[in-house]
Design a protein around this ligand. Structure first.
Ligand SMILES: Nc1nc2c(ncn2[C@@H]2O[C@H](COP(=O)(O)OP(=O)(O)OP(=O)(O)O)[C@@H](O)[C@H]2O)c(=O)[nH]1
Length: 379
């Protein structure tokens, strides 16, 4: 994204603050080099310059004929479009023809040729049309040269000089045309890069939302068991570094199947939600509370020993549950690990489950021997 914005700023600065010459880094040295490559010598330059008076006297007729021929081509007439534009083009063409025979082919001359390439790209004059137009112009100039320079060597020298200068111009026009095409591609590339960035951000955001959805158990609002092992591993590592104990609590609602069977599944769901809410309400922020599945819950209580977990946490939970639910009790198993030695996550969960199972079994025996099962006992 940053890259795209920089690019746009750079483009804006370049477009508005620099001439085409500056943008394309064309210097006087470069112009001399281009002339040398085409063997456009001082003699050629002088020949063209000396011929200017003849051209000047015929330029209007030449330009008129040129545009008559050009507008006969439907494609070109369509591009020109209207009489005012044609007039403007005629004036520009007149200036160009005179420039060709000015003998001054400097930075300003080059900048004007470069602009033509840019304008052609903008208005949709394809290279084939530009080359055809140059060809027409050349043939009209040849007619004048043939007519006015009967001496063969002199004529040939003039034709050669004109050829070189036209090639010099064509190269410049093509360079800006191509450059303009390339920058169009770069702009659309930058646009698609920005689009890809925006898309990537959206996918990231959506992925986070989905992760959040899978992280939470939809019925109880507690954490999903999928993250239990990973969370416990992380908690144990932190506890180990700090030399703190961790308590793992495993809980199961007693006779939940019977509740479901006698009072209906929706009521069972209501109980699960209420237990989940009670767990959330009495837990500290650092506690991690999971719905293990069905009517089972697993809690990770960092920096908490078994005794306060049982005496304070579970007591508080039972009180909270009894406030909103009648005859709902829990069987609880608690395992403490650390601060000296730490167990493995899987083993600790298994152990707390076994503790819970033992507590449930004991409460059932109590129940059969006639003791009332209340919140305190089952916990
Ligand atoms: N309403 C409801 N019931 C569920 C859900 N998930 C599991 N159950 C039911 O919970 C019941 C759990 O029953 P058991 O595992 O036998 O446990 P229990 O009846 O509490 O028996 P004890 O553990 O021995 O006290 C089963 O009937 C499951 O169908 C749920 O999301 N909503």
């Amino acid at each position: 994204m940053v890259k795209f914005e920089n690019y746009i700023v750079e483009m804006e600065l370049k477009q508005t603050d620099q001439t085409l010459l500056e943008q394309m880094r064309i210097t006087e040295f470069d112009i001399d080099n281009r002339k040398a490559l085409l063997a456009l010598s001082n003699e050629d330059v002088n020949l063209l310059k000396d011929y200017r008076p003849i051209i000047e006297s015929r330029v209007d007729a030449l330009v008129d004929t040129f545009y008559q021929m050009q507008t006969n081509v439907a494609e070109i007439a369509l591009l020109i479009g209207d009489a005012d534009t044609l007039d403007r083009l005629k004036n520009a063409q007149r200036r160009y023809v005179l420039d060709l025979f000015s003998g001054i082919y400097d930075l300003e001359y080059v900048n004007n040729r470069l602009r033509i390439g840019l304008v052609h790209k903008r208005i949709g004059v394809e290279p084939k049309l530009y080359l055809a137009a140059i060809n027409v112009l050349k043939s009209l100039l040849l007619e004048i040269i043939f007519e006015t320079l009967p001496e063969k060597t002199e004529r040939q020298a003039m034709l050669a000089a004109l050829d070189k200068l036209l090639l010099f111009d064509i190269t410049l026009v093509f360079e800006t045309y191509i450059r303009s095409l390339v920058s169009e591609i770069e702009i659309s590339k930058a646009k698609s890069e920005r689009y890809a960035c925006v898309l990537e951000e959206k996918v990231k955001e959506r992925t986070q939302q989905l992760e959040e959805l899978t992280r939470i158990d939809s019925l109880t609002g507690l954490l999903s068991v999928r993250y239990l092992n990973e969370t416990l591993t992380r908690t144990l590592r932190t506890a180990q570094r700090r030399h703190e104990p961790v308590s793992i609590v495993y809980m199961d609602i007693n006779e939940f199947k019977a509740i479901n069977d006698t009072q209906g599944h929706p009521h069972g769901d209501h109980i699960l939600r209420a237990v989940g809410a009670a767990i959330k309400k009495i837990s500290r922020e650092e506690d991690c509370c999971f719905r293990y599945g069905g009517d089972e819950f697993c809690l990770i209580l960092p920096n908490c020993e078994e005794e306060p977990a049982r005496e304070i946490y579970i007591n508080r939970l039972n009180i909270e549950i009894s406030r909103c639910l009648k005859n709902v009790t829990l069987s609880v198993g608690i395992v403490q690990t650390g601060p000296d030695k730490y167990g493995e996550p899987d083993a600790l969960i298994r152990q707390s489950d076994e503790e819970m199972y033992a507590a449930k079994k004991a409460s059932k025996i109590d129940d059969r021997s006639g003791n009332a099962v209340d919140v305190e006992k089952t916990a």
